[in-house]
Write a new protein. Structure first.
Length: 212
């Protein structure tokens, strides 16, 4: 089963992708993680990506789609995959269709902008090992210190309030049209992302016709 998870930055796509990986036994392909890895490794792609992400802008289609097209041909994707973070624009969605990347269901995790801002501006990430925390939902044992490695917790530039608001504007301008695109193809499933993680996961599994 090939799935796409849609939702604003901070809607919980990454968390739901992890749960679906366990339950459906297919890999999650997070373009965000792949791009951050490229930046951390200082590759040519990583340097290009860093410039766009620092500005809170979308990474160009050809960079994103090149990464995805290569990834879905790998052996672990034979029984399906979950796309997290792509497509983000109508052009990307059309390019995926044109490339013959078959998508069975598109799940949109619906969360209000005000809630998204609270979630994202409260995020903290370990500058050393990358572990993720939240000041309200998942605080570390000691404020500002990673439970796992003792590293300093930082606010990623793309979690700063002004960047979050800009990313939400970009999301609504570019990605909302995907709901219309996939809705017309009969593949769109809407799920309430403001409920508990477990509740949202159950609703996703029901929406795609999988066992809960």
């Amino acid at each position: 089963m090939n799935l796409i998870l849609l939702g604003a930055p901070g809607a919980g796509k990454g968390t739901q992708a992890e749960l679906l990986v366990e339950k459906l036994a297919i890999p999650a392909i997070s373009t965000g993680n792949m791009l951050r890895e490229a930046m951390a490794n200082g590759t040519e792609l990583g340097k290009k990506v860093k410039q766009f992400m620092d500005e809170g802008s979308l990474v160009p289609d050809e960079l994103i789609l090149g990464i995805v097209a290569e990834r879905v041909t790998q052996p672990d994707c034979q029984n399906g995959f979950i796309l997290d973070g792509v497509p983000r624009t109508l052009a990307q969605a059309q390019a995926l269709e044109a490339a013959g990347v078959k998508i069975d269901h598109v799940v949109s995790i619906e969360v209000a902008d005000s809630e998204i801002e609270g979630r994202m501006t409260g995020r903290r990430v370990c500058g050393h090992c990358g572990a993720s925390y939240h000041v309200a939902a998942n605080p570390p044992k000691t404020e500002g210190v990673c439970d796992q490695c003792g590293g300093e917790l930082i606010i990623r530039k793309d979690d700063a309030p002004e960047t979050v608001r800009h990313r939400l504007e970009v999301y609504h301008a570019s990605t909302e049209v995907l709901k219309d695109f996939y809705g017309k193809l009969g593949r769109l499933r809407l799920v309430n992302g403001s409920q508990s993680i477990e509740g949202a996961n159950e609703d996703i599994l029901k929406a795609i016709g999988a066992k809960v």
